[in-house]
Design a protein around this ligand. Structure first.
Ligand SMILES: CC1=C(CCC(=O)O)c2cc3nc(cc4[nH]c(cc5[nH]c(cc1n2)c(C)c5CCC(=O)O)c(CCC(=O)O)c4C)C(CCC(=O)O)=C3C
Ligand SMILES: [Fe+2]
Length: 322
C-alpha cells in the first residue's frame, strides 16, 4: 500500500442557498464567455429547488460513510464552491499533512471530468505555501465496487417498474454530454470518455439490452456535442416499439442537479408524455460497495495513472485553460 497521511475528497461543489447560485455559476464558467442568459436559465433550475444543490450534502454523506472504513484523516475540497480546494489545502498544510491521496468524485477521463480537477488541484497547491503532495487515485469506472453498486441500483430500478414491463424494459445508461472534440481527445490515446462509459455499461447490464446516451449538453448550439440526448432517445425508443425504460446515470456518483433536473424532471416529462413507464437507478452515492471501493483504491500500490502525463485530456481547441 502506498503511504498517505490523509485522504482528500475532491468534488465539483454546488450552491447551498439562493444567494450562492450566481457566484457559483460564475465560478463554473469562469473566463469562458458563457452568455449571461444561459447562466440565468441554469440558475432557475437551482432556484426551483431553493438554491441548494444536493451535491455538497452528498459529499458529506460519503465522508461520513468513509470514516469507519478509512484509518486516515479525511479532508474535502471543491472546485467551484465552499469548501474550496485552496482553503482545504491550507488546513491540510497547517495540520502537517505532507502526502495525501485524492479521490475525485468523477469516474471518467476527459478534460471536464479529469484534467480540470487536476489543474484545479495544481492551482490550489501553487497558491498555498507548504501544500501537501497530492496523488490522485486511479479512475474507478470499471472497479468491481462501482460496478456492483450500479448493478444493485439498476436491479432495484427495474423492480420499480410495473411487473408486466420489467422483462422488456431497455436499460438506458446516461452520462454528461461533452463536445465531440473533448471526447475525441480524452485519455492517453483519445476516445477514452465514451469507451470507459461503454465498459461500465456492459459490466452493469450483463445480458440485458442497453444503450449509452447523453444528457445536460450546453455550450453554443453550433458546437457538436455527443449525441443522442436522452430525451430524443426515449422518443426514438418509443417510436420503435420499446414500451418501458430504466435510466442508469453512470456518468455521476451522486444524485445532484444534473441528475434530479435533467433526468427526473426533463426526461421523466418526456416519458410521461409518451405514456412510457420509466424509472431511474440511483447513483453510487453511499452504496457500501462504492464506499469500500475508496478504501480498496487507497490500499492499492502506487496508482498507475494514464492521466499523469501533462498532455492527457487537453482543453478543447480555442478554449482558454480554466
Ligand atoms: C463531463 C462533465 C461532468 C461529469 C464529471 C464531474 O462530475 O465533474 C459534469 C458534472 C457537473 N456539472 C455540473 C454543473 C455544471 N456544468 C456546467 C457546464 C459544463 N459541464 C460539462 C461537463 C461535465 N459536467 C461541460 C463540458 C460544460 C460546458 C461548460 C464548460 O465547457 O465547462 C455548468 C454551466 C452551465 C451550463 O453551461 O450548463 C454547470 C452549472 C455539476 C454540478 C451539479 C450540481 O450543482 O448539483 C456537476 C457535478
Ligand atoms: Fe457540468
Amino acid at each position: 500500500m502506498a503511504r498517505y497521511d490523509a485522504l482528500l475528497i475532491v468534488s465539483f461543489g454546488g450552491p447551498e442557498k439562493p444567494e450562492d447560485v450566481m457566484p457559483f455559476l460564475e465560478n463554473v464558467v469562469r473566463g469562458r464567455g458563457v452568455p449571461r442568459d444561459r447562466l440565468l436559465e441554469v440558475a432557475t433550475h437551482y432556484q426551483d429547488v431553493g438554491g441548494v444543490s444536493p451535491i455538497n450534502q452528498q459529499c458529506r454523506d460519503l465522508i461520513a460513510a468513509l470514516r469507519p472504513e478509512v484509518d486516515l484523516p479525511i479532508y474535502w475540497g471543491n472546485r467551484n464552491w465552499h469548501p474550496f480546494l485552496t482553503d482545504t489545502l491550507r488546513k491540510m498544510a497547517a495540520d502537517g499533512v505532507t502526502r495525501a491521496a485524492a479521490f475525485i468524485t468523477a469516474a471518467n477521463s476527459s478534460y471536464s471530468s479529469c484534467r480540470q480537477y487536476l489543474d484545479d488541484i495544481a492551482r490550489a497547491q501553487a497558491e498555498v505555501p507548504g501544500s501537501p503532495e497530492i496523488v490522485r487515485l486511479r479512475h474507478f469506472f470499471d472497479h468491481p465496487g462501482f460496478v456492483a453498486a450500479m448493478t444493485d441500483h439498476t436491479r432495484e430500478a427495474v423492480a420499480r417498474l410495473p411487473e408486466e414491463h420489467r422483462d422488456g424494459a431497455r436499460l438506458v445508461f446516461t452520462a454528461h454530454s461533452i463536445p465531440v472534440s473533448m471526447a475525441a481527445s480524452s485519455g492517453p490515446s483519445g476516445g477514452a470518455y465514451e469507451a470507459q462509459l461503454r465498459a461500465t455499461a456492459a459490466l452493469v447490464a450483463g445480458d440485458r439490452p442497453w444503450d449509452l446516451v447523453w444528457q445536460s449538453r450546453s455550450g453554443p448550439p453550433q458546437v457538436p456535442w455527443l449525441e443522442p440526448d436522452v430525451c430524443d432517445h426515449l422518443r426514438a425508443l418509443h417510436a420503435s416499439g420499446t414500451r418501458a425504460a430504466v435510466l442508469v446515470p453512470i456518468g455521476f456518483v451522486s444524485d445532484h442537479m444534473e441528475v434530479v433536473y435533467d433526468l427526473d424532471t426533463e426526461a421523466a416529462a418526456v416519458a410521461a408524455e409518451l405514456g412510457m413507464p420509466l424509472t431511474r437507478a440511483a447513483t453510487a452515492g453511499v452504496h457500501p460497495r462504492f464506499v469500500s471501493m475508496v478504501r480498496e483504491l487507497l490500499e492499492e500500490p502506487e496508482p498507475v495513472l494514464s492521466c499523469a502525463s501533462a498532455t492527457c485530456c487537453p482543453a478543447p481547441r480555442g478554449r482558454p485553460e480554466s
